[in-house]
Ligand binder design. Structure first.
Ligand SMILES: Cc1ncc(COP(=O)(O)O)c(C=O)c1O
Length: 476
C-alpha cells in the first residue's frame, strides 16, 4: 500500500491520523487493507517512528484499525465507507472537452445475459488456440532479448511481425508490401486514429460509407473532420456520390460493414481513378478478409492502386481475439515517417511479447492452420443461420447475401417495422441482436445485423425461432 500523505510541520501525528482516517472514510482504504509497517511509513514520511505509532494507536482505539500480532496493522472489517470521495468543490465549473468530443458513445459491448447471442463483431473465444498461444508468449518472455529489454520497442512494431504480416497479406491478399511498409498498431482502431492524426485537419472532409462503421466515423470526427456519409448499394460504395472536396475516403470493399456486400471491380477501379484525379487518400479496411467462405475474393484496392493513394488496414481481432489489440496499416512510403511518429507520440510502441508471439504463430504456419479450422466452423454457422432465416422469416426479413465474415445483415420487408421494439422484445426472450440503425448517420432502413461469432451452431435454430415469434408479436 502506497498511500500519499502530506504533512504540515507542527501537527505531524495529527496529520497522519487525519489523513488515514479520511482515506478509510472515503473508501480509498478498504476493510482488510494492510497499513505499512510503522518503521517504513515513518521513513517514507521523514517523521519519527513514534509519530506514526501514535496515529495508528489512536485509530486502533477508535475502531478504524486493528493490530494483529505478528501480522501488522489492518483497516478494521467493521468500518463502513461513510462518504464518497469529494471530487470537487460544489459550484466549481467542471472542465469540458472541446466540441469534437461531443459524441462520447462507448463502444464496449455491454455484457448480455442473452442465452442466444447474435451480437456482431465478436469471434468465438472458445476457438482461440489458448494452449499454443500460452506456450508462445511464455517462450517470448524467456528469451534473453525480452529479459534484457529495459527500453522501449520500435514504434512501428517488432521487425519479425512486420515481415510476417507483409508475407501473409502478400500471399493471401496479393497486397504489395515489404516489412518497411507495415506499421503494427493496437488493433485497426489505432490505425484509423493514426491515419486521422496525419491526414485530417479541422474541417477536412472525410467520406465514410453510409451505413458504415461508427468507430471510424467517430475517430475522424474527433480529429476535426467534416463527415460526408456516402451511400452504399449492392456494388459497394457509390463512387459517383463522393463529394469532390473529400480528402479521405474510408471503405470496406471486401465485405462492406455492416451490409456485407463486396465492392464490384468497376467500382474499385472508379474509386481509384477518382482518388488519383482528386488527390484524396483511400483507407481500405480489410477487417475480416481471412474469413471468406465462397467465391474468389476480388483484389484489394491496395494491389490495384498504381498512384500510391491507398492505406490498407488489417486486424487480428476477428481471426484471433479483439482483446489482443493487434492490427496494422500498410501505407505508401510518403506517409510512413509521419505514421511512425504518430504512433510514437500516441503510446510509444506496442506490447513486445504479444507481437513476437504472433510473429512466431504466423511464421510456423499456425495462423494459416487456425484460419482453416475456424473458417469451417463459421461457415457451418453462417449456412445454418441462412437456412433458419429462410425457414422462419420468409416474407418478413430478407438476408443480404454475404460470402465472408462473422455476421449477416437483413432488411425487414416491411419498412415500417419498429426495429428498436424488435430488439427489445428479442432481448426479453433471451435473444441478443443488433439493429442496423446505429450504422447510419442519416435516415436508416430498418433491419438487423445478426452475428454468428459468439453463438454455437446448435443454438441458432432456436434463437431464430424466438426472434420470429417476437417479430410477429411486434408487427401485430
Ligand atoms: C469494420 C470494422 N473494422 C475494423 C474492426 C476491428 O477493429 P479492431 O482491430 O480495432 O478491433 C471492426 C471490429 O468490429 C470492424 O467492424
Amino acid at each position: 500500500m502506497d498511500l500519499h500523505v502530506s504533512l504540515e510541520t507542527g501537527r505531524l501525528s495529527a496529520g497522519v491520523y487525519d489523513q488515514l482516517r479520511a482515506a478509510i472514510l472515503d473508501g480509498r482504504l478498504r476493510p482488510g487493507d494492510a497499513l505499512p509497517p510503522t518503521r517504513d511509513f515513518a521513513r517514507r514520511l521523514d517523521v519519527s517512528r513514534n509519530t506514526v505509532t501514535n496515529a495508528y494507536q489512536r485509530l486502533i482505539a477508535e475502531g478504524f484499525l486493528v493490530g494483529r500480532i505478528g501480522a501488522g496493522t489492518f483497516v478494521s472489517d467493521d468500518v463502513p465507507a461513510l462518504r464518497p470521495l469529494a471530487r470537487r468543490r460544489p459550484g466549481a465549473s467542471p472542465l469540458r472537452p472541446h466540441a469534437s468530443w461531443a459524441d462520447t458513445t462507448a463502444t464496449v459491448e455491454p455484457a448480455t445475459a442473452a442465452s442466444h447471442d447474435f451480437r456482431i463483431g465478436v469471434p468465438d473465444a472458445k476457438l482461440f488456440p489458448w494452449d499454443a498461444w500460452r506456450r508462445l508468449v511464455a517462450r517470448q518472455l524467456r528469451t534473453p532479448r525480452s529479459r534484457t529489454a529495459g527500453g522501449y520497442a520500435e514504434p512501428d512494431g517488432d521487425p519479425a511481425l512486420r515481415e510476417a504480416i507483409a508475407r501473409h497479406v502478400g500471399l493471401s491478399r496479393a497486397v504489395r508490401a515489404s516489412a518497411d511498409d507495415v506499421l503494427v498498431t493496437s488493433g485497426a482502431q489505432q490505425a484509423f486514429d493514426l491515419v486521422a492524426r496525419v491526414l485530417v485537419e479541422r474541417g477536412t472532409t472525410v467520406a465514410i460509407e453510409e451505413p458504415g462503421y461508427p468507430q471510424v466515423r467517430r475517430v475522424f470526427a474527433a480529429a476535426g473532420a467534416r463527415i460526408a456519409p456516402t451511400p452504399v448499394d449492392a456494388e459497394g460504395l457509390d463512387v459517383a456520390q463522393l463529394p469532390a472536396r473529400a480528402r479521405v475516403v474510408y471503405v470496406t470493399p471486401s465485405h462492406q460493414f455492416p451490409l456485407g456486400v463486396a465492392m464490384s471491380l468497376p467500382r474499385r477501379l472508379a474509386l481509384l481513378d477518382w482518388a488519383e484525379r482528386t488527390g484524396a487518400a483511400i483507407v481500405e479496411d480489410d477487417y475480416d478478409s481471412e474469413l471468406r467462405f465462397d467465391g474468389r475474393p476480388l483484389e484489394p484496392l491496395q494491389s490495384l492502386d498504381r498512384a500510391g493513394r491507398v492505406l490498407y488496414v488489417g486486424t487480428f481481432s476477428k481471426i484471433m481475439l479483439p482483446a489482443l489489440r493487434l492490427g496494422f496499416v500498410i501505407a505508401p512510403p510518403s506517409l510512413m515517417p509521419a505514421l511512425r511518429a504518430a504512433r510514437a507520440l500516441a503510446d510509444s510502441c506496442g506490447t513486445l511479447a504479444t507481437q513476437t508471439a504472433l510473429a512466431a504463430f504466423m511464421a510456423d504456419g499456425s495462423l494459416a492452420r487456425h484460419v482453416r479450422r475456424v473458417l469451417r466452423t463459421y461457415r457451418e454457422r453462417r449456412d445454418r443461420l441462412v437456412d433458419a432465416l429462410e425457414r422462419e422469416l420468409d416474407g418478413v426479413m430478407t438476408a443480404i447475401p454475404s460470402a465472408a465474415g462473422l455476421h449477416l445483415a437483413s432488411w425487414f420487408d416491411d419498412r415500417r417495422t419498429d426495429t428498436a421494439a424488435v430488439v427489445r422484445a428479442a432481448l426479453a426472450a433471451g435473444v441478443a441482436v443488433d439493429s442496423l440503425e446505429p450504422f447510419y448517420l442519416r435516415r436508416s432502413r430498418p433491419g438487423l445485423a445478426l452475428g454468428y461469432g459468439a453463438i454455437p451452431r446448435s443454438s441458432i435454430d432456436e434463437g431464430i425461432r424466438r426472434l420470429a415469434t417476437c417479430l410477429r408479436r411486434v408487427r401485430s
